[in-house]
Design a protein around this ligand. Sequence first.
Ligand SMILES: [Ca+2]
Ligand SMILES: [Ca+2]
Ligand SMILES: [Ca+2]
Ligand SMILES: [Ca+2]
Length: 506
Amino acid sequence: MRLHFVRLTAVDSRARRFAFFSAAILAALVVNFGVPVVAYDVTGSIGQNFFNGFTINEGSSGTAALQLNVSPANSSGFAGTTTHRINGGNPLTFSASGSTAGSATPTTGGDNGNGTADWSASFQYNLPGVYNISYGGTVSWLHSANGSWNPVTSNYSGTGFQGVGGNVNVTVNNVAPTITSANLNGINGDQSVGQGGSVSLNMTATDAGSQNTNFTINGVGAGSASGTPGSTRTSGNSSFSAVGVAPGVYAQTFQADDGITTASNGPVTRFVTVTNVGPTITSANINGVNGNFTVNEGVAVTLNMTATDPGNDIINFTINGGVAGSSPVQAGNSTRTSSDVGVGGFLPGLYTQTFQATDQYGAVDGPITRVLTVLNVGPTITGITPSQVIDPTQPFNFFMTATDPGVALGDTLTYNWDWDDDGQFDDYTGSSGTIPANYFPNAVGTHKVSGQVTDSNGDSATGSFVLTIVPEPSTVLMAGLGAAGLGLVAARRKVRRRKEQPPNGS
Ligand SMILES: [Ca+2]
Ligand SMILES: [Ca+2]
Ligand SMILES: [Ca+2]
Ligand SMILES: [Ca+2]
């Protein structure tokens, strides 16, 4: 410390003895970061650059503190206890432009009686930059001797005034934001979700400064939020969709910045585990109808099906236990279609058709079933012996043909005949046969012969033909026929004798 001599105004002869004081003022501005105290004399360069290059972080508060000390240059004239008073009512001003805390008016320095007084003012800067802090004012002091020292007067004083001042640039550094949560479905941790589900994503961060906090989730902006220094800011909402996503683990990244730098602990990564969800059969079709179906005997049908899956999975289709194609990888929740499977025809009955879908991870839906009802179709006569005139003395061959869709599937048709037209098809069985000669009694006239064809389900069709028997030839005709005619008659008689035998039932 340098000493400076200040001329004081002497108030009497005794005081003149101490016309000169050696007055020294120690000035110090300290900040609450352990900055060394810098001292200045009360005169001369006091207040100039009382410290340099001070740096703090944004959001941090500090205290500008000034201490002034004064003592007489020569205290020998002051006997006994001496008081040294500073700044009798003269305020100092502090200025801290841009500060968001504290006041430009410092705590008034107190006179503690020993020549020391302190002022302080707090400050805080919430944005990076360079700020000036200054103080200034006039300091006064008074030294008083112990009244018991001098029998003549009890108060020898020395006084003085001195302007003081100083300023400093404070450099405020940015502080990176800190990510305080990275949330999946509101939970600050990893999550699991099934295919087709979704997970909400958001995050919080703090920043020591007052800049906006910008959020980025999975590389996409998720909003910006302001806040007071040190407060928690919350991002907008984003989401992870598991539609069309294969089972697996998916990293989610969360980052924040303050426009200057990214978060000190960013990016933060969370993981979504996507689990498989099985397919869902959406239709099981017979001839395009999603339900039970009815067809006639022998008619083939086409089976196919559709299914969805929340994943983009390959779907394998199975119809009636057989492979019915696979869908390729495609968008989640889209409808996949099997290949067509043709079946039938069938004999009459109820036939259960089964449909099943399996995704590439083995999850199954089904089997679900459809009932195919097959109705019988009766026989259709396609040919029968034509009606005609016959010679009753001769065996007569007849036939009937018929179709039925069941025949190709193993069904058999039964043909029964009613030769005697009594309504009972009990005279012959077979698709063709021979009516014996002389079968018809009272033969002249017409004789209806009917055939009935029946399938194994009991449906039948009936057809008939008429045989006409005309009177025997006249004697005139017989005479004209000569020997040949006699032979014919003989033959007819021979037949008539056989007519008395039972008809051929084979
Ligand atoms: Ca910051
Ligand atoms: Ca799946
Ligand atoms: Ca049939
Ligand atoms: Ca009959």
